[in-house]
Write a protein that binds this ligand. Structure first.
Ligand code: 13P
Length: 287
């Protein structure tokens, strides 16, 4: 069964840990993440970008696959199926498709428009039993072709959006999607503390989890971050393991070209990094 992310994130805030939100792209990704969360007895959030949803032939396919896999694999830890960086239309599609959580990313709109659209979506998401994440201050880097500037959110604007009844808030604190450049300044804990002071117990979301040093992750959790998104690092681990398999010529030994064999090292790679992240975020045994 899929659950909304509200309860797991409120528990995370109270318990001073964070729940990992890992993006899925296909069956292998989903299976690796679910198996690892179950092994570690950790709640987990499966993030689906609009691009990944389209790749998997639509949100309805994604819901059907995830629900069936949760059942077939005997997954008992809380699993939320969450739209990542959703557009206004994308949110409606995911509500209809049976997701248990959505993110409306209105950060590129003027604040008044972000407020109006978020308010409307909060109403419908809650009426349907879904949790909803909103965003203030675009996250830098590239996500499905949307490029942000890595800004720091205005704490007063964060309060305005938080007060709309959303369940968790993504706010830019210098984080960016993808690999961090060598000259990255690190997270702005000053901004994070100011946002926390304005938003109280609202679970805060840290996007761009790939490559943030462990000490900064821990400090962010101390300051109220309860959901951490990781995408690129799973892709890198998958690609590295797959490349190694092919470079070692294993695809040409016996039936090494069988997709179930060819994709196995990459799937193991995803499990390795997801395990590392869940341990770092402190959600082991919190299911
Ligand atoms: P990374 O790709 O940098 O891990 O970011 C993931 C993310 O924030 C998804 O919303």
């Amino acid at each position: 069964m899929l659950v909304s992310a509200t309860e797991m994130l409120q528990k995370a805030v109270a318990g001073h840990y964070a729940v990992g939100a890992f993006n899925i792209n296909n069956l292998e990704w989903t299976k690796s993440i679910l198996a690892t969360a179950q092994e570690l007895e950790s709640p987990v959030i499966l993030g689906v970008s609009e691009g990944a949803g389209k790749y998997m032939t639509g949100f309805t396919t994604v819901t059907a696959m995830v629900k069936a896999m949760v059942d077939a694999m005997g997954i008992t830890v809380p699993v939320a199926l969450h739209l990542d960086h959703g557009t206004y239309d994308g949110c409606y599609k995911c509500i209809k498709a049976g997701f248990s959580s959505i993110m409306f990313d209105g950060s590129h709109y003027p604040i008044e428009e972000n407020v109006e659209k978020t308010k409307e979506l909060v109403k419908i998401a809650h009426a349907m039993g879904l949790s909803i994440e909103a965003e203030v201050g675009a996250i830098g880097g590239e996500e499905d072709g949307v490029v942000g500037m890595g800004e720091c959110a205005d704490p007063a604007e964060c309060k305005r959006i938080a007060d709309l009844g959303i369940d968790f808030l993504a706010a830019g604190i210098g984080n960016i999607h993808g690999k961090y450049p060598a000259n990255w300044q690190g997270l702005s804990f000053e901004t994070l503390a100011a946002i926390k002071a304005q938003t109280g117990d609202m679970p805060l979301v840290l996007h761009g989890g790939t490559g943030i040093p462990a000490d900064q992750i821990k400090k962010a959790i101390d300051l109220g971050v309860a959901k951490i998104n990781v995408n690129t690092e799973c892709q890198l681990y998958f690609a590295d393991a797959t490349r190694k398999y092919i470079e070692e010529g294993k695809d040409q030994q016996g039936k090494g070209y069988d997709p179930r064999k060819l994709l196995a090292p990459g799937a193991e790679g995803i499990k390795t990094i997801v395990k590392e992240k869940i341990e770092l975020f402190g959600s082991v045994g919190k299911a």
